[in-house]
Design a protein around this ligand. Structure first.
Ligand SMILES: [Zn+2]
Length: 66
């Protein structure tokens, strides 16, 4: 279930899930974690964000132009 907006260190945003607990693919760093960004195809520091903090460009990326 992808219900969380995840932003990488380069500003890419995507819908994803933020599962607490052990993970073999991420390293927990407090509220941030190192993980794979499929948008830019790179490893980056990811963080959860919410709709109110998005730029207009990020909003378009997530919700489309409608
Ligand atoms: Zn990225």
């Amino acid at each position: 279930m992808a219900d969380t907006i995840i932003e990488c260190g380069k500003g890419h945003v995507r819908w994803g899930t933020w599962v607490h607990g052990a993970s073999v693919t991420t390293i927990k760093l407090g509220p941030r974690r190192l993980g794979w960004c499929p948008v830019g195809r790179h490893v980056s520091l990811l963080r959860r964000t919410d709709e109110t903090q998005l730029t207009p460009a990020q909003r378009r990326e997530l919700f489309g132009d409608a």
